[in-house]
Design a protein around this ligand. Sequence first.
Ligand code: ZN
Length: 359
Amino acid sequence: MKRNIILGLTILVVLIAYLSLKPAFKQESKDEKSAKGEKIMIEKVEKTDKEWKKVLTPMQYRIMRKRGTEIAFSGIYNDHYEKGIYKCAGCGTPLFSSETKYDHGTGWPSFTGPVNENHIDYYDDFSHLMHRTEVRCAVCGAHLGHVFDDGPEPTHKHYCINSASLDFKPAESDYKAQAGSSQKSEEKAVKAAKTEEAIFAAGCFWGVEHKFRQIPGVLNTKVGYTGGHVKNPSYRQVCTDKTGHAEAVKIIFDPSQISYEKLLEYFFGFHDPTQLNRQGFDVGRQYRSTIFYNSEEQKETAEKMIKQLEESGRYSRPIVTEIVPASDFYRAEEYHQRYYEKRIKGNKGKCSPVGCEIK
Ligand SMILES: [Zn+2]
């Protein structure tokens, strides 16, 4: 009994001694602090208005220093899905990564979170008779945009940022700067940073886009009109079947995750390629089945696949899918973009190369 008390007391003394000495042994690193979300002191970049005007374009000055907003869908990074880091256009501080970039459909680059909370400052913004949270660069104070709570997983945050406030550095340039290494690994890095485009028409673009959006490796989609002879056609014009356009989906994909060939498999699974100038109840040239290729490689892959499908006996009638070079693609009106997602919130649907069900 006595021995146990002595043992207990000894452990207690050692524990107290350890706890009181602990802070002296271990200083938290910057990374640990930033991981916890604590603000650390950052050296600020300060310039006069005159100096900012010299280094920024007039549009950047208006947006970054006067809290302006660029026109929706006008910014260079809205539809940009290369791998890399988005830095502050004023001071070069890394702000967002392509890893967290997604398409919110509002016309500005959207991210689920910054690369480092310490690089961002938040301010209440009561302009335009509403309360929003303004996002600024913590280093130079540049206005970046706003953050909202309607983002996707994992943070549910939606950082809505002006392209003009950002300066994109592709992954391979960082890679080259760090390594300066062999040709082969450089090529690998360049390849990893590249995305590709595919354009398909397979009937009403609402459903076709929705199906392609379920496929891993598809980074972004937009619906539009292509293959016709009228500039900037409207939905109404296309519906008359007189402009020659097809309802099409432009897909930006990561070829390291999904091949063009695999996308073609989905394309054929998503519709009936034996129906001429119609798809189910949708009748007209605008609903034709067409592959708009961007390269000779895509063309050859498509031709090969149609040949294989013809030979497989999967269809009782001949495949009428057209294979034509990609031409001007006109983005359809906003209400057509991600049509099903906007109307059936949370609907994900189930898709495979042989078909797709939309609830
Ligand atoms: Zn900055």
